[in-house]
Design a protein around this ligand. Structure first.
Ligand code: HEC
Length: 360
């Protein structure tokens, strides 16, 4: 698909606006990075049901429990009641519970139906491509991960010892409850006794094979349409994203900033009120394309697939240029270093008509 380029996406090219934007972006970047610490930063936002984006970090004194499960693994299914009891015993908001479904060939509707049938109290996360499992190093279903508020994995492995081996239940029921003990310890500010106990269950199935995106076929166009406005020579972005080499060498960083929605800069909270005109945010699909490309080692693909280079206007980017140009009368020098400068200019417009229609 060839996206058409809308010149109205870049509403302003004046130096003042560019500097103000750079300042806002700088603040936004440092604040968001501090709170997504440790494993949560590596995980990025997770995909839930109905297109929901989930940020799994718990409160600073809380804990996130991530349980990998498969609807086709009998032991995994058999643990549903145990997990539900644990959710009741360690409730939100201090404990956040996620069930990561690793079945590669199940539709989203099937995953939702299975969660309903088993009355799962965990928030469902979809992982058909196995990215979440790879990032945490999960190998089995069920396998639980206890991650504290700082983003450190404090325990992972089996939930308890109900099963001695696949298909073999312990006659005495569960006598060791590693997940429960780990949760009590972390929430009580105590060390966890064991960091890992081998889970009993089914190996995580091979991830869904999807065609790996390449720079030439998929990523170059996305960067053109969403990043080059600022990330090209002479613009506000700190580096250019105009060639394969420029994108390849920082592929992991590109994936991380688009997953965290730090870039393109767009502060409006999604899904609140009507969508803004000229909304810069990337679609979930575009984010996944960039992430999948980076995870696959940033392949170049066939340069014959590259879109033609995008031509940028050298002057005003607004269609037809500005309606009115107001001169401040004197140059204003911005020092190369020091505090941010906020300055209001009072300038005569010499307009005798209202500049905008009053809002009725
Ligand atoms: C409207 C302008 C604009 C757009 C569009 C934009 N960026 Fe940026 N980007 C910036 C600015 C300005 C900075 C420097 C921020 C700072 O100094 O904190 C930046 C910084 C970055 C950084 C470095 C972040 C860091 O904290 O080190 C990355 C990576 C990045 N951009 C990637 C992208 C990608 C990928 C896109 C497109 C999907 C994109 N940007 C779109 C303006 C933009």
């Amino acid at each position: 698909m060839k996206a058409s380029w809308n010149p109205l996406r870049s509403p302003d090219q004046s130096l003042g606006a560019a500097l103000a934007l750079a300042v806002v972006v700088a603040f936004a970047t440092s604040a968001a990075r501090a709170e997504d610490a440790g494993v949560f930063r590596r995980l990025g936002p997770l995909s839930g049901l109905n297109g929901k984006t989930i940020k799994p970090a718990p409160p600073a004194d809380g804990v996130a429990v991530v349980v990998f499960y498969s609807s086709e693994c009998p032991i995994s299914n058999a643990y549903s009641p145990t997990l539900n009891q644990l959710v009741d015993a360690f409730p939100a908001p201090r404990t956040r519970w996620f069930g990561v479904c690793v079945d590669p060939d199940l539709s989203e509707a099937d995953v939702a139906a299975h969660a309903r049938d088993f009355e799962l109290k965990l928030e469902v996360v979809l992982d058909r491509r196995g990215a979440v499992a790879r990032k945490l190093g999960a190998t089995m279903t069920p396998e639980a991960f206890v991650i504290d508020g700082r983003g450190t994995i404090r325990y992972h492995g089996r939930i308890d010892d109900q099963f001695a081996a696949r298909g073999v239940r312990n006659a005495a029921g569960a006598t060791e409850n590693e997940l429960k003990d780990a949760l009590s310890a972390v929430l009580g500010g105590k060390p966890v006794k064991t960091e890992f106990v081998k889970p009993v269950g089914c190996p995580i199935p091979e991830a869904l094979e999807i065609e790996t995106p390449t720079y030439s076929k998929d990523v170059a166009l996305l960067l053109q349409n969403n990043c080059q406005e600022c990330h090209r020579r002479g613009q506000v972005g700190p580096f250019a994203l105009e060639t394969y080499e420029q994108a390849r060498k920082r592929a992991a960083d590109l994936a991380s900033v688009v997953e965290d929605r730090l870039m393109p800069p767009w502060k409006a909270v999604p899904n609140v009120g009507p969508r803004f005109q000229h909304d810069r945010s990337l679609s979930e699909r575009d984010v996944r394309t960039i992430v999948a490309w980076a995870e696959a080692g940033a392949p170049e693909g066939d340069p014959a697939d590259l879109p033609p280079a995008r031509a940028f206007p050298i002057d005003w980017t607004m269609e037809g240029g500005p309606d009115l140009i107001i001169d401040t009368g004197a140059d204003f020098e911005i020092p190369a270093s020091g505090d941010d400068v906020y300055r209001c200019f009072v300038v005569p417009t010499n307009c005798h008509e209202p500049l905008a229609q009053p809002v009725p």
